[in-house]
Write a protein that binds this ligand. Structure first.
Ligand SMILES: Nc1ncnc2c1ncn2[C@@H]1O[C@H](COP(=O)(O)OP(=O)(O)O)[C@@H](O)[C@H]1O
Ligand SMILES: [Mg+2]
Length: 326
């Protein structure tokens, strides 16, 4: 994978990342959920990597592992070429240089704080700038996200629209001048009419400041708009990885195909990917043996009960499928 990014310096990389959870199942039996199971990818400076997959595929868990909010069972995370750990210094560094934008701008902003204090808080936490400068820095961040800073600074989150709140969340994320922003489904809870404005803003800030993005989404329709590369995740494993146009215009994995078909579906009442994906009802199988997608895959053959490796098919493209139908 190294030569793929020879022109662009790598800012964030995860390697063989794993996180399993235990869940109490029927009759108090413990069931192991392999939320993240051997995931490796890297993001180049100033680039956007899209992490896509259905709900439950492990996207948020990956974000939490990167930010040190969860301890990985296995694997390593490097930031600016340095391995991150769970010691306080390492977590403080990653939380300063790697900011997060959450899905729900209603839940992620403290309702008791004024906008100016919400945006200023990370500067105080990380001791960025002199205390006397921080208010001006926060106002500058509000202007950067195209809000009327004088108007919104003293307001509380509930006085703003969903789109304005997400702009405040972005202002808070950029205020400490991070190198990376992890945006976890940043527009999925917003009105369709304000989504493009938020994505435009993220792109503009990226071009201005050279910020790298990990853009997490379950919906491919916004992915091509923002992304340079894409990772398609299925049940904690990467099934396909490559340049975004290659992957979305010529999907190689049957799961990627199903996701791409789901977004070209014109009927707005039929936008769930589940409806589009063929289910093979004859297979009652352990999902962690062999290809995890095989129970739902229209192309599954006997060989798929072995695990397909993530294979380099050239041009910076990786696919985990024995069949690769055309
Ligand atoms: N703290 C946790 N404890 C137990 N299971 C969890 C925990 N966090 C996530 N999971 C499980 O891990 C899987 C992946 O979850 P998540 O990373 O939130 O997926 P996504 O963000 O792609 O929707 C899901 O099956 C979820 O139920
Ligand atoms: Mg999630």
């Amino acid at each position: 994978m190294a030569d793929r990014k020879s022109q662009v310096e790598e800012i964030l990389a995860v390697s063989d990342l794993r996180k399993y959870f235990e869940k109490k199942a029927f009759l108090r039996r413990l069931e192991v959920i392999r939320a993240v199971d051997g995931v490796s990818f890297s993001i180049g400076t100033g680039q956007t990597l899209v992490l896509a997959g259905e709900s439950g595929s492990g996207k948020t868990t990956i974000a939490r592992l990167i930010l040190g909010a969860l301890e990985p069972d296995w694997g390593k995370i490097t930031f600016s070429g340095e391995m991150t750990g769970l010691d306080r210094e390492s977590i403080a560094r990653i939380r300063r240089e790697c900011q997060m934008i959450h899905q729900d701008p209603y839940a992620s902003l403290d309702p008791r704080m004024r906008v100016i204090d919400i945006v200023r808080e990370p500067l105080d936490i990380h001791g960025i700038g002199r205390p006397a400068e921080r208010r001006e820095m926060a106002l500058g961040a509000l202007r950067d996200v195209k809000l009327d800073a004088d108007d919104v600074a003293l307001k509380y989150p509930h006085m703003l629209s969903g789109g304005q709140r997400q702009r405040v969340a972005i202002a808070r994320a950029i205020a400490p001048k991070p190198k990376v922003i992890i945006a976890d489904e940043p527009v999925s809870m917003l009105d369709v009419s304000v989504r493009v404005g938020i994505l435009e803003l993220m792109k503009e800030l990226q071009e201005r400041d050279g910020i790298s993005f990990l853009y997490i989404t379950h919906d491919l329709s916004t992915a091509r708009y923002v992304g340079d590369e894409i990772v398609i995740l299925y049940m904690g494993k990467i099934v396909e990885y490559g340049k975004i146009d290659d992957v979305l215009l010529h999907p190689a994995h049957p799961y990627t195909r199903a996701l791409v078909e789901a977004i070209s579906e014109p009927d707005p009442d039929n936008l769930t990917t589940e409806k589009k994906i063929h289910v093979n009802p004859t297979l009652d199988i352990n999902p962690y043996q062999g290809c995890r997608f095989r129970a739902r895959c229209p192309y599954a053959v006997e060989r798929c009960s072995d695990e397909p490796p993530l294979e380099d098919i050239g041009g910076g493209r990786f696919v985990a499928c024995f069949v690769k139908p055309d």
